[in-house]
Design a protein around this ligand. Sequence first.
Ligand code: PBG
Length: 323
Amino acid sequence: MSFPHERPRRLRRTERLRAMVRETTLAPANLVYPLFVAPGEGLKREIPSLPGCFHLSVDEVGREAEEIEKLGIGGVILFGLPSAKDPLGSEGYADDGVVQQAVRAIRAACRDLLVMTDVCLCEYTSHGHCGVVEGGEVRNDPTLALLAKMALSHAKAGAHVVAPSDMMDGRVGAIRAALDGAGFADVPILSYAAKYASAFYGPFREAADSAPQFGDRRGYQMDPANVREALKEVRLDVEEGADIVMVKPALPYLDVVRAVAEASDRPVAAYNVSGEYAMVKAAAARGWVDEERMTTEILTSIRRAGADVILTYHAKDFARRSR
Ligand code: PBG
């Protein structure tokens, strides 16, 4: 027999052949697009740190959501910028808060687009931390009731899924109990189970005005060096009732996505965060990379690592191209 015995290139000769044997699929239905809701009227302002993404007022968000639904994107996740912040983040769980109003507006405008809400205090607190601060410390247990209240107010407004991102211990259980106790047993929890203390959140904190005013989040978000700890976080969240478990950020943590996908029987989500998006946008703006190809490659890599669902600012661009 002549050398070489194996010719893997045979299956790469045409796009039909490549498509037939492709191992990983990626569709708009797998994607969730983040939306930032701000006070005001007629507001649609591009976010400087997230080019192509907008701050939207409640009266604009329904139209935007309709467009997202038409593109076949699975869902949206809502973040809110309150009109005023206070130490306990009270606009975060007000029935007429921006996110609660936006949920109602989107539910009225769309037939079945999934409406998810981020459950966390940092956008609403004057100190910018994800929990109640006492004596200069972020206190775990007093935060749980506020998070449960926030999740419940989102569910009452019509959120299909609630997504706690605060990293307090025990919050999934507290939220599950509050939802079940109020007749929302059918509302799933997507927990940011393995959320790392990451520099990749920089552009988001500018977009959501949520940077901590003192210290950092390393006392509650995970150390980037750890992977076994991610499996512990996932196990605890699942025991407390998480329906979907998320790893965040995505690209620098693909090994964690893979480990979680292998260890857990829950669907896995990954958050392709603001800094990951900003790097692509900045390099593309300089003509250094091909944005389309790079985005598809990145999103495919996250799926290949084991994510079922991807939260990404690229969702609309990707979905437009896949039509
Ligand atoms: C809120 C929250 C953050 C992100 C999602 N939810 C910021 C943070 O933890 O500081 C980051 C999302 C992104 O960077 O795209 N806690």
